[in-house]
Design a protein around this ligand. Structure first.
Ligand code: G3I
Length: 375
């Protein structure tokens, strides 16, 4: 290995912790995250509780010069996330885009050694990585150097399998995800993904599915179509993550109102789906998103309608539980009780149970407020 592992000597960025409970999804079963570019926006912690680096954990960003690793921006994002107890996802190990340009000039054996070294160094420097997008866009973005990882092979996707095998070795404590765009409303592309996922699942190599959910797909989708997509992926039994959510509006109408309306139509389908364990937006500040008109907070800190709605929706979610079943029958009322309302329940055993039930509803049932933390 050409680089010493300078874990102890990392230049730590001073990160002020944000107040607990400040984020939109604080205390909820699922996380609501966002991306961090080169620096952390001052209001990040007022909204989000999970971090994905936008570009800084891509191999091409870190090692644009062979043998010289630039971790600066990634250190910033990682230190912020870990200092605040937010999940940190690395994005991404193997992708047919934003890889170092020099890689294509090497032999497959050299490429393989470089890929493994990239994974080794990333894992060693950031031991608290919660999840990693092992392969990004296997269907949509071909990998020019896939032969270094076994090529198509007998399965048709050997290079993806090898990538996950390597990732399992290097990141034994992280969730291994596959991540793709454009399958949200495209059954044929989704079926290709499901075939790859089956190969990985059969080998115990995958922990979750990342659905990018970008505006160029979602703007034209209905709630029913989104549910169809999520149900199809959920049938694998794996956890689902919405990994790069952005929304503009509907068709050519990318007004603030149209954006908010589309959020209101689609976000609850994702957030309330049982298999979806967390949602990450791909940017939020107007003028700082990769796709124009997807921001939901203005640069001056004022909030667009989508954020106003999102805040109130999340403040009330999960939706109110269904009404309680009818109270069990109580002992016959004491004679002369009048039979009308207002009388205290009978002190019999069943009546006591009913009273206990009502009290627990009023103070909140732990099973509804706790539950599984998003994994
Ligand atoms: O850093 C250079 C800068 O030095 C140079 O002057 C400038 C000139 O164009 O380019 C800068 O790099 C840009 C980089 O973002 C950092 O800002 C690249 O040109 C630009 O192509 C790159 O775009 C990124 C894009 O991935 C590349 O594919 C976006 O910021 C990033 O949001 C986007 O994210 C992807 C996900 O990783 C995967 N899913 C799709 C998503 C959107 O495309």
């Amino acid at each position: 290995m050409r680089f010493p592992l300078v874990m102890a000597g990392l230049a730590m960025i001073a990160c002020s912790a944000v107040p607990a409970g400040a984020q939109l999804a604080a205390g909820k079963e699922k996380f609501l995250g966002n991306i961090v570019a080169n620096s952390v926006p001052a209001n990040f912690g007022a909204y989000w509780n999970q971090v994905t680096p936008e570009n800084s954990s891509k191999w091409g960003s870190v090692e644009s010069v062979r043998g010289t690793m630039n971790w600066t921006a990634l250190d910033t994002a990682y230190q912020y996330a870990t200092a605040n107890g937010f999940r940190f996802k690395a994005h991404t190990l193997v992708w047919g885009s934003q890889y170092p340009s020099w890689i294509t000039g090497l032999t497959p054996a050299e490429q393989r050694a470089e890929i493994e070294e990239w994974m080794t160094l990333l894992a060693a420097r950031y031991p608290q990585i919660w999840a990693v997008d092992v392969v990004n866009e296997p269907v949509k973005t071909p990998l020019p150097f896939k032969n270094a990882l076994g090529g198509d092979g007998a399965t048709g996707w050997d290079w993806v399998i090898t990538s996950f095998q390597l990732a399992r070795q290097k990141f034994p404590n992280a969730k291994l995800l596959i991540n793709e765009y454009g399958t949200e409303n495209d059954a044929a592309a989704r079926n290709q993904m499901l075939a790859i996922i089956a190969l990985l699942k059969d080998r115990g190599l995958i922990d979750g599915i990342g659905i990018q959910a970008h505006a160029f797909n979602l703007d034209a989708m209905t709630a029913a179509q989104m549910r169809t997509c999520l149900d199809a992926y959920a049938a694998t039994g794996l956890d689902l993550y919405i990994t790069e959510l952005d929304i503009r509006g509907t068709g050519a109408t990318q007004t603030e109102a149209a954006q908010s309306a589309k959020y209101q139509e689609l976000f609850p389908v994702m957030w309330e789906h049982g298999a979806v364990k967390g949602v990450t937006l791909w940017g939020y500040i107007v003028g700082q998103t990769w796709l124009a008109n997807t921001g939901i907070v203005n640069a001056d800190g004022t909030e667009r309608a989508a954020t106003t709605w999102l805040k109130s929706y999340l403040a009330g979610s999960p939706p109110p539980p269904p009404p309680p079943p009818p109270a069990p029958p109580t002992s016959p009322p004491a004679s002369g009780g009048g039979g009308g309302g207002g009388g205290a329940p009978s002190p019999g055993f069943l009546g006591g149970l009913a009273l206990l039930f009502v009290v627990r509803r009023l103070v909140g049932h732990p099973a509804r407020t706790g539950g599984n933390r998003a994994r």
